[in-house]
Design a protein. Structure first.
Length: 128
């Protein structure tokens, strides 16, 4: 099993930790990477404009969408990285690519140094 198999797939859950009523708005904000306050304001505006439909949809979401599992039982995944990945996937993956390129160049320099005759000479001198 590789590390990717341990990362939970992106699922839509109600977030009970940041909930005001039932966590539907917090779950929406987490899933789509929205600002939680803006999501709540949009829910209130929707409630004022179309109360019966909004209430029906909200209560349906409460009963149909499961609550988020306990984070203590889940494997550790960097939440900031996942949020950045949802908000700007191209930029985030570009940053990851640059980091790997930097690591690759550092590893190549290390390999060149260790396999060079100079390294062997320095090691022989230290052993004297």
């Amino acid at each position: 099993m590789n590390r990717y198999d341990e990362i939970p797939s992106r699922r839509f859950y109600r977030n009970r930790d940041r909930a005001v009523i039932a966590g539907v708005c917090a779950g929406l904000a987490d899933y789509f990477g929205f600002n939680l306050k803006v999501t709540r304001v949009m829910a209130v505006v929707s409630l004022l404009m179309a109360m019966p439909v909004t209430l029906l949809i909200y209560f349906a979401a409460v009963f149909l969408i499961p609550s988020a599992p306990d984070p203590a039982l889940q494997p550790h995944v960097d939440a900031d990285f996942r949020k950045a990945l949802r908000a700007a996937p191209a930029q985030t993956l570009g940053d990851v690519k640059r980091r790997f390129q930097s690591l690759d160049s550092r590893l190549a320099r290390l390999e060149r140094h260790i396999t060079s005759p100079r390294y062997d000479l320095d090691r022989e001198i230290r052993n004297l």
